[in-house]
Design a protein around this ligand. Sequence first.
Ligand code: KIV
Length: 266
Amino acid sequence: MPKITIQDFLKKKVEKKKITMLTAYDYPFAQVVDEAGLDAVLVGDSLGMVVQGLENTLPVTMDEMIYHTRMVSRATKNAMVIGDMPFMSYQAGIEDAVRNAGRFLKEAGASTVKLEGGAEVAEHIRVMTRSEIPVMAHIGLTPQSIHRMGGYKVQGKTEAAANRLVEEAHIAEDAGAFSLLLEAIPIQLAKRITEELTIPTIGIGAGPYCDGQVLVLHDVLGLFERFIPKFVKRYADLKEEALKAILTYKAEVEQGIFPSEEQGFK
Ligand code: KIV
């Protein structure tokens, strides 16, 4: 099966078919996500928190993102691979943005990139798109703005803030973004943006009316416990399963049950 393209994303919006997306950060999990037939895998800078154990996403570097995106690309036969641009890989200037975005395609096998922001990165999106790098914009709660926002808070709650986000959504679309990620905004606001835009919206904590949905894989599988946002639905408890397996292994080694003759060579 050929890889999912930005044209497939647009087609799904037109045909009112939901776009499915999860994050992944390494070969084995990307393989599972791809095998499940999801449309896209986001190599999110959330890896800073769920894989590296950091407080927030700010310290994640371009080289780390390239390292993880390579593993995901190797495992992915069908899903679109989206490389997430980390903090300070685009904020300081457009040249930085194009060069770093290009690395995701040139060195890491991604076909698209995501960056946080709307109006303030419109020119970045325009130039990156013109440089043949398809861009997903990300507005609402943007985790790289944690210090300005004063924490991970729902955005667009007042009329003025909601109108501003609608404006930002249009600016991102006009700049050439192929899709728009909406994080932690009220349901009706996400619905309005989704209806007004011709590009697909992907929601996380933005309700059921977006054109697609994304979640952080480690939240979905029960592998991240430090905090669980209200918008997360946990579909498995792999931490518990892994703990059980490792405790059984430990007990069997201590009791001389493992290895048995069966695992030995004659
Ligand atoms: O980094 C990430 O995983 C993200 C998701 C929260 C969408 O940006």
